[in-house]
Write a protein that binds this ligand. Structure first.
Ligand code: KIV
Length: 282
């Protein structure tokens, strides 16, 4: 039975585990977008992705209070080569799981390719589903000047939005690729447009480090760096890159554990014992 952080047991806990019933615990309050925005210039803060309840819980228990259900889901969980095929239904499904696995963290749901590009109405409908059905606290979408109207439409409806400029993986494979973005004026225009449209934070992905520093100093909203150097207000990494569970991690990622290797070893030990007849013990 699944238990929540702060309850009698965790995933590794005793027989006292109780089911999670969020609607029965009014004391649980999540970090808000406003709370994240107010960190600007005060404190550096980490963000990690998660895609299910168990790892949502681990991330929160590690003291990381902003969790992104990224469309990197496509690469690290669903086995695609890119994020482009990820659907709104898939993000919804995984957002619900992460929300169930966390209680205080701010859960950001990524808007997948195709869910916001066509019209403001589409974008708003998708964002509403992510909040209403998924339980997300805010949403994120990729694009600069050319998507700023979508950011504005969502923000005006009261749903907090995170922007995402620099390398935008949903379309990177269709042309511009994944190399470091160094066009200063374009990046500055994109960052300004997203802030002016009402985003409460902005991801800078694989942006030249000096340009990231300049954008971070210029904006009044937090910048969230990934492969963009140390000058951002926050850093985000993909869970599977942090934990060593993905074989195609980008060079800028840092691996803090070898969970993939440990998992293979544990499974091999189990398989060996079954084959030898030593598990289960008689
Ligand atoms: O999908 C994702 O995980 C992301 C982060 C890498 C920023 O967008």
């Amino acid at each position: 039975m699944y238990s929540k952080p702060g309850q009698a047991t965790g995933l590794n806990g005793s027989s006292e585990a109780r089911p999670y019933e969020p609607e029965k615990n009014p004391a649980i309050r999540r970090l808000t977008a406003g709370g994240i925005k107010r960190r600007k210039g005060k404190t550096l803060f980490p963000i990690a992705t998660a895609y299910d309840a168990a790892f949502g819980q681990f991330v929160e228990e590690a003291g990381i209070d902003v969790v992104l259900v990224g469309d990197s889901l496509g690469n690290v969980v669903l086995g695609y080569d890119e994020t482009t095929p990820v659907t709104l239904e898939q993000i919804l499904h995984h957002t619900q799981a992460v929300v169930r696995g966390t209680s205080r963290a701010h859960v950001i749901a990524d808007m997948p390719f195709g869910s916001y590009q066509v019209s403001n109405e589409d974008a708003l409908r998708a964002a509403i589903r992510l909040v209403k059905e998924g339980g997300a606290c805010s949403v994120k979408l990729e694009g600069g000047v050319y998507e700023s109207e979508r950011v504005r439409a969502i923000a005006r409806s009261g749903i907090p939005v995170v922007g995402h400029i620099g390398v935008t993986p949903q379309t990177a494979g269709l042309g511009p690729g994944f190399k470091m973005r160094t066009h200063r004026d374009r990046l500055v225009d994109d960052a300004r447009a997203i802030e002016a449209a009402g985003a409460y934070a902005i991801v800078l992905e694989v942006v030249d480090h000096e340009i990231s520093r300049e954008i971070t100093a210029m904006l009044s909203i937090p910048t969230i760096g990934i492969g963009s150097g140390p000058h951002c207000d926050s850093q985000v990494l993909v869970l599977h890159d942090i934990l060593g569970m993905y074989s195609h991690s980008p060079r800028f990622a840092k691996r803090y554990a070898e969970i993939g290797k440990l998992a293979t070893e544990a499974l091999a030990a189990y398989a060996r014992e079954v084959r030898e007849g030593s598990f289960p013990a008689s």
